[in-house]
Design a binder for this molecule. Sequence first.
Ligand code: CUA
Length: 352
Amino acid sequence: MGSEEITTSAESRGHLKQLVAIGLIASLIGIALGLAIDWFPTQASTQAEQVDTLWDVLVIFSVPVFVLVITIVLYCVWRYRMKPGEELKDGPPIHGNTRLEIIWTAIPAIILVALCSYAYVTLVDIEEADASALNVTVVGEQFTWTFYYQSDGRRIASPQLYVPRGRQVYFTVQSQDVIHDFWVPAFRMKIDAVPGVDTHLRVTPKTNGDYPVVCAELCGLGHSVMRQTAHVVDPSEFDKWLEDRASGATGGGETDEAGGNAGAPDGKAVFAAAACGSCHALQDAGTTGGTGPDLDEVLAGKDAPYIEKGIVDPGAEISPGFSEGLMPENFDETLQPAELDALVKYLDEVSG
Ligand code: CUA
C-alpha cells in the first residue's frame, strides 16, 4: 500500500506540472489571440479607446480563468474516467477541503470586484459631461432614424447624422413607436430608444469618416434595414453643413466629396441619404429592400404629383400587401423642398 501511494503522489506531481505547463501556454496563446484579433471597427470616438482598453483587460483576465476551468475539467475526465471493472466503485467519502474552498471563492471575488470597479470608473469617465456639448435629438421609428439640431432657435431635421470632430455630442434619444436602440458601433456607445422616455448618450467623435448607424433592438420587419450613416467631419465643415441645412441649400445631407454641395441636390443622392433603399427596391439605385413596395413596380407610369404624395403622405394610398404606418410620415420635414423635388424628379425618371 505504502509504496503504491508514494508512486501515485509522485505521478500526480508530474501530472500537475504538465497541467500547469499546458495551462500557461494555452493562456498565453489565448491572450495573444484575444489581443491580436481586430474585434471592432475604427475607433471613431474618444470613448471607443477606453471601451476597447476595457475589453483588452477583460480578455487578459478571462482567458486564464477559461483555460484553468477547461484544463481541470478535461484532465479529470481523462484521469478519473471509469475503467472496465470499476462500474460499481464509488469515490472516497470526503467532507471537502475548507482551505481550497476559501481560496477558490476569494480569488474570483477579488478579481470580480476589481474588474467591476475598473468598469465603473471607465463608465463614469466616458459619460463625463462637457459644458460645450452639441445637442442632437435622435428619434427612432419603424424603420428610420431622424436627427434634430438646433440652429438659431430653429429645429433642423436631417435623415443623416453629422457631428463635428473633437466636440462632445449629447444625444437625447426618443422613439415614436416601439423600442429601438441607437447604436454607432464605431463610437462603441449604444442606448435604447424607448417610447415616452428620453434616454441620453455622450460621444466625442475623434476620427473623420462615415460610419453606420444601426438599430440594435428587434423592432419589426424592417429592423435589419434601420441603418443610416454617421458623418464625422471637421468642425468648420459641420458648421457649414448646419448653416446650409438651416437655409435649405444642401443636397441630400450627403456632402459630395468633389466640390461642396452647391447647386441643386442630386435625386439619387437624396434617395441614398434618406435611406429609402433600406425599405424599397429600386433598380437604378441598386437597392433590394423588401419592407416597402418595389418602386420600379408601383411607380411605373405614375406622374410626379403622385410620387410626391406617396413620399410626404404615405398613408393616403397603401399598396396591396403592405400595412399602413410602415413608412415614416415625416419626409416633408426631414427633406427640404429642393431635396424633395430632386427625389421626385429622380424617381419619376428612373421608374419609367
Ligand atoms: Cu429599430 Cu430595430
